[in-house]
Ligand binder design. Structure first.
Ligand SMILES: NC(=O)c1ccc[n+]([C@@H]2O[C@H](COP(=O)([O-])OP(=O)(O)OC[C@H]3O[C@@H](n4cnc5c(N)ncnc54)[C@H](O)[C@@H]3O)[C@@H](O)[C@H]2O)c1
Length: 283
């Protein structure tokens, strides 16, 4: 099938990035968020990124205008009625995602693909709330989407070959490298990354070292471009906690228990860069 019209749901840090790369690759894109303020911020962030690309001469002003003309803001899920694919990027919560997929199943054309950018939740379970599990697939982008080259493409138990091929083809058109992954808690990227981040938070919690020093160890000692505590702040501490919960429940193994300090920060509303404060402060 040929994909031309895209809707991205959730205009947060991931959704706005996904909408931007899709529009830059020539797709007709709607960016949807139920929250008007979040939608406006998402649209503004895209414009800001494109303006920076023009300043760095990676894009002409005409190309920037063309990309913006291919992008339409939306606050109604019903706008998905003519879309070929919907890419969901709302919060990492099964109940919220299931509700969105149930509604999309009624709104979108029967042949439309319903993809999720979930970091960890079972694709098979999300697919099961729809009447078209063969059209449901994981399309896990990395943060920040315009910069990072990888997409994990995750097959649910019932995902069809046709859906898989169409999404792999789209990933190529977005100039990304994709890897094929089977449905398993947190897939590959976060099954490996998130326990490392959780362990870094444990070293802070136990007073072994400060957040700054933990980051310095991993940056200078392991050549990581960014320390795990800063990375957790950038990902969002709520998202990190949700992924650890999925690993813990999914495998039933105590090695995945989330650090109590991570839980406490999330309860305090210290969610990282997006809320202005996590382990570090942001303006
Ligand atoms: N942050 C990361 O580094 C990262 C990386 C890869 C994947 N993900 C995944 O991407 C998804 C989004 O993460 P994020 O960091 O962009 O979160 P975010 O909190 O920045 O954005 C989520 C957005 O979804 C909107 N939203 C919530 N419920 C909605 C609904 N029912 N309909 C429409 N909009 C709704 C919110 O208003 C918000 O703007 C999550 O599943 C997350 O696990 C995150």
């Amino acid at each position: 099938m040929s994909i031309k019209k895209v809707m991205v749901i959730g205009a947060g840090q991931m959704g706005s990035g996904i909408a931007q790369v899709c529009a830059q690759s020539g797709y007709d894109v709607m960016l949807n968020d139920m929250n008007e303020k979040a939608l406006n911020i998402g649209m503004k962030n895209i414009e800001k990124h494109l303006t920076r690309s023009v300043e760095k001469e990676r894009l002409t002003s005409k190309e920037k205008e063309d990309v913006l003309n291919r992008l339409t803001p939306s606050q109604k899920l019903e706008d998905a009625a003519d879309r070929d694919i919907v890419i969901e990027a709302v919060v990492e919560n099964m109940d919220v995602k299931a509700d969105v997929f149930r509604k999309l199943d009624n709104i979108t054309p029967k042949e439309a693909i319903l993809a999720t950018n979930t970091s960890s939740l079972p694709i098979t379970e999300i697919a099961a709330v729809t009447e078209r599990p063969e059209k449901v697939i994981g399309m896990h982008y990395m943060n920040p989407v315009p910069v990072m080259k990888l997409i994990e493409v995750i097959r649910g138990l019932q995902t069809s070959e046709e859906t898989f091929d169409a999404v792999m083809d789209m990933a190529g058109k977005l100039n990304k490298t994709s890897v094929e992954v089977n449905d398993s808690p947190a897939f590959v990227a976060n099954r490996i990354l998130m326990p490392m981040i959780n362990e870094a938070i444990f070293t802070v919690y136990e007073g072994v070292a400060s957040p700054e020093d933990v980051d310095t160890v991993m940056e200078l000692g392991m050549n990581h471009p960014m320390g795990p505590i800063t990375l957790a702040d950038f990902i969002g501490l709520d998202t990190c906690l949700s992924i650890m919960e999925v690993l813990y429940e999914g495998f039933g193994d105590s090695k995945y228990r989330p650090c109590p300090l991570l839980r406490q920060y999330v309860k305090a509303g210290w969610l990282g860069k997006k809320s202005g404060r996590g382990f570090f402060q942001y303006n």
